[in-house]
Design a protein around this ligand. Structure first.
Ligand code: GRF
Length: 194
């Protein structure tokens, strides 16, 4: 069994897609063991009860875009206590630093709504549309110290149509994300040897 933890800050639509895939039996031997959030009222935490997975708010400390050293320790210790083999960042809006990364080498993956290495950082979908690209999409990659850097595992391409708006195109990218991330987790589970 490959145990994984989901971490997010927001809506949790990707976490929901993953949990639905798990319930449908399409994640292979991957099993969610916890949902963690840095936002006490994030919708992602409500998925816990719905799917029967423990969900916890973990205080990130006072910074906006990163965790304090103490908070990193709290996250690392909590993840360790679940026995997780994989950490899945699904809309986690903070940069992860050294101690956290070192605790789970090549075991933290992130979802980003662009075809990396293009359009890193915030508002990636808007960035791509404003640039005028004809193809955009989403990426799942291993997390390293570089923001939205790290080895790419898989990508999905979405074509920009003439009449797409930010809203319509965002919806298309989200649909692609909801397929891609569960597929990658299933792939990693198939390759996983404890
Ligand atoms: C996704 O678009 C993901 O690519 C980005 O944050 C968003 C999270 O959405 N990192 P949700 O919370 O899964 O609905």
């Amino acid at each position: 069994m490959m145990k994984f933890v989901l971490i997010g800050s927001g809506t949790g639509s990707n976490a929901e897609a993953i949990l639905n895939a798990w319930k449908a039996g399409s994640l292979g031997n991957a099993t969610p063991v916890a949902i963690l959030s840095d936002k006490p009222n994030a919708r992602i935490l409500t998925l816990g009860e719905q799917f029967g997975v423990p969900a916890l708010y973990l205080d990130p400390g006072p910074y906006k875009t990163k965790l304090t050293k103490e908070a990193e320790e709290l996250y690392v210790n909590t993840i360790r206590s679940t026995g997780a083999d994989l950490v899945v960042l699904a809309g986690f809006m903070r940069v992860i630093h050294d101690d956290f990364l070192k605790a789970f080498p090549r075991r933290i993956i992130n979802l980003h709504p662009s075809l990396l290495p293009s359009f890193k950082g915030l508002h990636a979908i808007e960035q791509a549309l404003h640039y005028g690209v004809k193809y955009a999409g989403c990426t799942v990659h291993f997390v390293t110290g570089e923001l939205d850097g790290g080895p790419i595992i898989e990508q999905a391409v979405v074509r920009v149509e003439e009449d797409d708006t930010v809203e319509s195109f965002t919806a298309k990218v989200h649909r692609a994300e909801h397929k891609l991330l569960p597929q990658v987790i299933a792939l990693l589970a198939a390759e996983f040897h404890a």
